[in-house]
Write a protein that binds this ligand. Structure first.
Ligand SMILES: [Zn+2]
Ligand SMILES: [Zn+2]
Length: 149
């Protein structure tokens, strides 16, 4: 059970990513169970690229966002464009349309269809699903999905 003060939310405009120590951060190679305080200082928000200083806990003693450093652009609109452009270039078309299977119930996420129950539009790759997205059948988190072969 994660305490709210162990959940850290990115304060960057348009981001709102929440670091959950129960899940870690696969993109940043942070193993499950790593407290936010124990993440290396060069770790960046997987969504917007902000530094650890952009984060504050959901509860308890807060850090300030005054020191928040973003990689290139600080203008939120330009930043969002830069992030989505980066996503498009480093992801091959074929990769983005791969199907993922829920290991728990066997539900298949098909990017060509999206997930209407979860307000996921057709054409959304599995990688682009929000971290809070869960299996529409059994409620399992993205961690429980594997690439269909
Ligand atoms: Zn962020
Ligand atoms: Zn499932």
């Amino acid at each position: 059970m994660v305490r709210p003060e162990d959940m850290w939310q990115c304060q960057t405009v348009n981001c709102g990513y929440i670091y959950n120590p129960d899940k870690g951060d696969r993109k940043g190679k942070i193993p499950k169970g790593t407290l936010f305080q124990d993440i290396p200082d060069d770790w960046r928000c997987p969504i917007c690229g902000g530094t650890k200083k952009c984060f504050r806990p959901l509860m308890g003693e807060g850090s300030t966002k005054a020191d928040c450093e973003l990689p290139v652009e600080t203008d939120p609109e330009k930043l969002t464009v830069a992030v989505s452009a980066a996503k498009m270039t480093d992801q091959k078309e074929s990769d983005s349309m791969k199907k993922y299977v829920c290991e728990i119930c066997g539900y298949v996420y098909d990017p060509a269809e999206g997930d209407s129950d979860g307000d996921i539009p057709a054409g959304t790759s599995f990688d682009d699903l929000p971290d809070y997205w869960t299996c529409p059948v059994c409620g399992a988190s993205k961690d429980n999905f594997v690439l269909e072969d």
